[in-house]
Design a protein around this ligand. Sequence first.
Ligand code: ADP
Length: 174
Amino acid sequence: MDKNVLDRIEIIQGDITRLEVDAIVNAANNRLLGGGGVDGAIHRAAGPELLAECRELGGCPTGEARITKGYRLPARHVIHTVGPVYQGRPEDARLLAGCYTSSLSLAAERQLATIAFPAISCGVYGYPLADACKIAIDTTLAFLGEHPEIQRIFFVLFSDSDRQTYSAYRQRLA
Ligand code: ADP
């Protein structure tokens, strides 16, 4: 593993709505009209202007991403991506990887340098965290290798045990 690429990812525990980055990623649903979990927390913190902009987008297919402003968040933008509902199919991994590449592609297009991801699909959508963590980190590292303009990716885990799972996998790659 190229150490410089690995050094551009950081794993932290906390609330993603508090981060002052170019974009935070929202684990949204297909309608993009808000919901529970991290989606609800992001909409509450961003204020009603976020929902108004999301309404204009007309939804988003699973595995793809859309970008809006961050409104009252400390983050400048929100990238909304729709993870798969975990069903144990090979398709799930492909769709989850698509969430990371689509989100990072939007960030690169907009020249955003710092991006924070939650554990997409790992809440009510039921994706096993250890499997999702490998997809998140492997897909992101591959993308960073091709995009030197992206400076830093934060993986923001809500619980300390989730943070430990991510940190252990990152350590294995070092
Ligand atoms: P999904 O529907 O994609 O499974 P959820 O919002 O239910 O999305 O959960 C995704 C992950 O986000 C879970 O690991 C959950 O613990 C975490 N999470 C919930 N709120 C926050 C938050 N404010 N900051 C960071 N992570 C959060």
